[in-house]
Design a protein around this ligand. Structure first.
Ligand SMILES: [Zn+2]
Length: 174
């Protein structure tokens, strides 16, 4: 099994998220060549804002290993992780992070910031990006394309393109 093989398992998890109507991101945790945890993004179904694929996979891995630390493990995730998930990986002592597609808005490895390199952290992750990048990007893009088409054909809401308006904290009024 190499990086591509494990990423295919993460992609299979992402497909489960897609089938459940969640943003399709999947993850597996591998220790000594064995998959010890797997998970897919499920914040809506779980009513849990932290139920990202990586967190679900780490919880499963920690439970199966009966250890709150996953020292030396490798995290495979289809999309560049967010700040929360990078933080959780540091807490878990994940050694290596392997991700597929870039997440230009909220990715915390190369896009928004490089959280795994914060100098104050007492544990560093090695990060490898771009593994099965095209497949990992395609499953996300297809999901959002289908959702846009569905909202155009059936949804009574106005088909506004682009993301919802964002609140800008501390915005000056003068
Ligand atoms: Zn996350």
């Amino acid at each position: 099994m190499d990086h591509d093989d494990y990423m295919r398992l993460a992609l299979a998890q992402a497909a489960q998220a897609r089938n459940a109507g969640e943003v399709p991101v999947g993850a597996v945790v591998v220790l000594d060549g064995v998959v010890v945890g797997a998970g897919f993004n499920q914040p809506i179904a779980a009513t849990d804002p932290t139920a990202h694929a990586e967190i679900v996979a780490m919880r499963a891995a920690a439970a199966s290993l009966k250890n709150y630390r996953l020292t030396g493990a490798t995290m495979y995730v289809t999309v560049e992780p967010c700040l929360m998930c990078v933080g959780a990986m540091v807490h878990a002592r994940i050694r290596t992070l392997v991700f597929g597609a870039i997440e230009p808005r909220s990715g915390a490895i190369v896009s928004m910031t490089s959280a795994h390199e914060f100098p104050a952290l007492n544990h560093r992750l090695e990060a490898i990006g771009g593994v099965l990048e095209d497949e990992c990007r395609a499953i996300i893009q297809d999901f959002f394309r289908e959702r846009r088409m569905a909202s155009r054909t059936g949804d009574p809401e106005p088909a506004s393109s682009g993301p919802p308006p964002r609140t800008v904290p501390g915005r000056s009024t003068d």
